[in-house]
Design a protein around this ligand. Structure first.
Ligand SMILES: NC(=O)c1ccc[n+]([C@@H]2O[C@H](COP(=O)([O-])OP(=O)(O)OC[C@H]3O[C@@H](n4cnc5c(N)ncnc54)[C@H](OP(=O)(O)O)[C@@H]3O)[C@@H](O)[C@H]2O)c1
Length: 297
């Protein structure tokens, strides 16, 4: 049976360290600040935002909340973002995605500016990551890298297969893992919906990362014996036995996969908690840069 990669536990340990960093930077007169902007009333976005704000409070980061109606114009949202960008007490800006259809996510992401882009989605930060000169790394892939590091798995020379090529998970993760750098240096294959014979690729993986958003699309017979399996997927499936009427599952069929893998992340409790922790870490990085800049004037 595979060993479980406990993202909650890893995350809790990392948050202790983040809390200490916050104390140190506060001693230097800087209170780390994160602006959290939520547009509309998507229930999933609401719960993500609440979790992020609670996590900020937990480590001593000040959060600046902004709840805006779904019919806000793009111009007004750009003005809100610009105000946070100009606010010296704000080290990071997070605009919860998805945004209503009449607003361009690209324009909003660009408006955040690379220097406060703690989500790591700004084109400049993605470009820097690709060049091996990172500033803020996208939180979910960064969390996956930390999990591998924590369990002592060095991707160097290993076959890594990623299922999914989104801009927020698959592509940045591939770019991080392929760097000629410590903790990376892997041989990376990225699969997607045009990939033929998916299982041919997944079965070659020493490290298999599922980020397709399809419940149970990776079963145990698609996994190489003793592979490390990281499940990024979070999918709702109906479950009449739950009060909510659903439960969360990953992209990996856990019960068949745990019999084949050497290590595996559960869903929930694997990658999910790491995403928020990396957001906190990026925000403190930004606050530390502020603390080391000479004061204006
Ligand atoms: N734990 C966390 O903190 C966290 C954070 C972010 C996302 N997630 C979860 O991770 C999953 C992926 O998120 P995302 O935003 O990257 O999703 P996305 O934008 O929908 O991208 C999914 C990717 O998977 C590929 N794909 C879908 N079905 C496939 C299949 N059957 N075989 C091979 N490739 C397939 C798609 O290929 P094409 O490009 O060809 O369409 C696409 O590249 C979702 O379940 C999401 O909820 C979790």
């Amino acid at each position: 049976m595979a060993q479980i990669i406990d993202g909650k536990q890893v995350s809790a340990r990392m948050r202790e360290d983040i809390r200490r960093r916050v104390e140190t930077v506060r001693d230097r007169g800087v209170i780390p600040g994160l602006a959290v902007v939520l547009v509309g009333d998507n229930p999933a976005s609401h719960s993500y935002v609440k979790a992020k704000e609670a996590a900020c409070g937990d480590v001593g980061i000040r959060s600046f909340d902004r709840r805006l109606p779904s019919d806000i114009t793009e111009a007004d949202l750009l003005a809100e973002v610009a105000a946070f960008r100009a606010n010296p007490d704000v080290d990071g800006i997070l605009v919860q995605l998805p945004l209503p259809h009449h607003i361009s996510e690209e324009r909003i992401t660009d408006a955040i500016g690379s220097e406060k882009d703690v989500d790591g989605f700004h084109p400049e930060n993605l470009g820097r990551m690709l060049l091996g000169r990172p500033r803020f790394l996208p939180c979910t892939p960064f969390g996956v890298m930390k999990l591998l590091e924590t369990i002592g798995i060095d991707p160097a020379g290993k076959e890594v297969v990623i299922v999914g090529r989104s801009n927020i998970v698959g592509k940045p993760l591939a770019s991080m893992l392929v760097q000629k750098a410590r903790g990376a240096n892997a041989t990376v294959t990225v699969c997607h919906t045009a990939t033929e014979r998916l299982e041919y690729h997944t079965k070659r993986a020493d490290i298999l990362i599922a980020a397709a958003g399809k419940a149970g699309c990776i079963s145990g017979d698609m996994i190489k014996p003793q592979a490390v399996v990281i499940d990024v997927g979070v999918n709702r499936v109906e479950d009449a036995s739950r009060k909510s009427g659903y439960r969360l599952v990953g992209d990996v069929d856990f019960s068949s996969a745990e019999r084949v893998a050497s290590w595996i992340t559960p869903v929930p409790g694997g990658v999910g908690p790491m995403t928020i922790t990396m957001l906190l870490s990026n925000t403190v990085d930004s606050a530390e840069s502020r603390a080391s800049r000479p004061a204006d004037g």
